[in-house]
Design a protein around this ligand. Structure first.
Ligand code: TEU
Length: 548
């Protein structure tokens, strides 16, 4: 094990974290203001989503200058201050690097679009005719550029043009930029949709949306090994790849140390168990059995292959987990703690998304005017124009929109939940008065104190890092149970995922009459010693250290 594997990473969406300047959006000095809170929480790295210069069409994932701070977030001096002030607190920055595509306002694209023989033309992907691939944000993945009469590829919005990674000049420019940020003192990188960078040379037509051809593409491992040699080797950096629609065997290759590619990988399969027939924009309940099976398959597969998981429930693209897989009503606190326990005792590195440590919920925005996300607005228009009812359209958007996770961080009961003195860029849930940092700091039974205890535990319980994952009761209809096994000792992790009590029977070899039990954590105040017959209360979750 390496030291970074004891770490917990906190994700900040700076637009919604805290505004020092009192603007509609958050800023870098707003993060500096909150470093003491983050130190108290115990996190080791801050993954900050993009704050480089951008027209903000996709909230910063459309970069127009990799060497400049977007003025809405502050200045380079603010960024240097953030890096140094975080370092004083033993916290490192993980920069979010978006290099599958740039904004069409980037100088490279402005050059490329100007003429067919411009030296930057081959920085992007051009064809005389589009194929039938689809953008992940809806519609065609190709946009006509009238100036030169060709189409360019955009797997995301039409203002986000895909870079041509087969061009060695593109790779050289990307690696140079990453070395610039490495040498400024960042502690690592989160690599946006990095498994999409290698496209097949012939761009074949597809009977679906084309993703099977460009996902984990032909040269992706070669390019990441080159990135490792050019940027990471010899430096103390940790790097996580966001792997869209990926496969287990690739994530083993991306993250096992001997590959010399990345430290760990995000995959999203567990966050599609409420996508009926893989259709995101349908309101649907989640499939608990599928959720358990996916987690167990990935735990067993990555463990067997020597890979390392990035563990998460929430991020800036996902709804709030307590609304999605827990209960944001009567059992909000218990279910938020249960979900945290289920995740933090797995093999891998946990990520905590801003507000997740409070049990923040989806905002329940029921009017399209309340939404800001380009994907959400694109899908709303496409479905409305295709005849979808307003009720059906909004029901899916309320459950699935990325804006569910983008409402401002709830700090206290001041105006705008203490996020900013100014009117925020997006609304704030009405429950902010009850769910906020200040109210939970004063409550030792809060979700916040529970997360703090989980984060601290990772440094003192070796089995959390080293224990072998073994699923239990795989077919149980409402309980996810698993072990993390060592020599003569193990952690037993039990999670009731529903608001109804239940009884389970554990195998005798797990907990016998003479087994020594030590309670590590529980989301109920009283947690009696257990036998093989275990009763679980609504959303009850606890972890026992067991020694034979
Ligand atoms: O996300 C890529 C991604 O897989 C999700 O955006 C998903 O495709 C989308 O929600 C459709 O379901 C990364 C960033 O996290 C996201 O914020 C950016 O919009 C996207 O890449 C493009 O850079």
């Amino acid at each position: 094990m390496q030291d970074w594997q004891h770490s917990v990473i906190y994700q900040i969406y700076p637009k919604s974290f805290h505004s020092h300047a009192g603007n509609a959006t958050g800023d870098l000095l707003g993060i500096v203001d909150k470093l003491d809170y983050l130190k108290w929480l115990g996190v080791d790295y801050l993954w900050i989503t993009p704050f480089l210069r951008s027209p903000q069409r996709d909230n910063g994932y459309d970069i127009s200058d990799y060497y400049a701070i977007d003025p809405s977030y502050g200045t380079m001096a603010d960024c240097d201050l953030l890096i140094s002030e975080a370092a004083k607190r033993g916290i490192k920055l993980m920069l979010d690097i978006v290099v599958n595509h740039t904004s069409i306002e980037h100088a490279w694209f402005q050059q490329a679009r100007s003429s067919l023989d411009n030296p930057y033309r081959d920085f992007y992907i051009w064809r005389d005719q589009p194929n039938n691939w689809e953008s992940k944000f809806g519609g065609s993945a190709w946009e006509y550029e009238a100036q030169t009469g060709q189409y360019f590829l955009h797997l995301f919005d039409h203002t986000q043009a895909d870079l041509n990674w087969d061009n060695p000049k593109v790779r050289a420019e990307v690696f140079k930029m990453m070395r610039f940020w490495r040498d400024k003192g960042v502690g690592g990188f989160r690599l946006d949709v990095i498994n999409l960078i290698s496209k097949p040379a012939d761009f074949p037509e597809d009977n679906t949306d084309g993703r099977r051809f460009y996902t984990d593409g032909p040269n992706v491992h070669q390019y990441l090994q080159e990135m490792h040699r050019e940027v990471f080797a010899g430096h103390d950096l940790i790097n996580v790849g966001e792997m869209s629609s990926t496969r287990l065997e690739h994530c083993v290759r991306y993250s096992r140390p001997e590959s010399k590619e990345l430290s760990m990988t995000f995959n999203f399969h567990h966050l599609k168990v409420d996508y009926p027939n893989l259709q995101k924009w349908v309101r649907a309940d989640f499939d608990f059995q599928q959720l358990k099976r996916i987690f167990s398959d990935w735990q067993l597969g990555m463990q067997a292959g020597g890979g390392w998981n990035a563990l998460f429930w929430c991020n800036h693209d996902q709804p709030r987990v307590v609304s999605r897989f827990g209960d944001d009503g009567e059992y909000r606190v218990a279910s938020a703690k249960m979900l945290a326990t289920a995740l933090h005792f797995l093999q891998g590195t946990p990520f905590v998304y801003q507000g997740e440590e409070l049990g923040m919920t989806n905002p329940g925005f029921d009017r399209i005017e309340q939404y800001r996300d380009v994907e959400t607005l694109n899908i709303y228009r496409l479905k409305r124009d295709a005849g979808e009812s307003e009720v059906g359209n909004m029901a899916a958007i309320m459950q699935k929109s990325r804006d569910n996770g983008r409402t401002p961080m709830q700090w206290n009961t001041d105006a705008n939940a203490g996020f900013s003195r100014g009117e925020p860029w997006i609304g704030i849930p009405v429950n902010a008065a009850q769910i906020n940092v200040q109210s939970q700091l004063d409550d030792p039974e809060s979700v916040l104190h529970y997360y703090r205890a989980l984060i601290a535990m990772r440094r003192v319980e070796p089995l959390i890092l080293e224990g072998v994952y073994r699923p239990l009761l795989a077919e149980h209809a409402q309980v996810w149970a698993y072990l993390r096994e060592g020599q003569g000792e193990r952690l037993l992790v039990l999670n009731n995922f529903y608001g109804t009590p239940c009884q389970i029977e554990l195998p005798r070899e797990v907990i016998g009459e003479t087994t020594e039990q030590r309670l590590l954590i529980s989301n109920y105040p009283d947690c009696p010693a257990r036998t093989t017959q275990v009763s679980l209360r609504p959303y009850e979750s606890f972890v026992l250290h067991l020694t034979d």
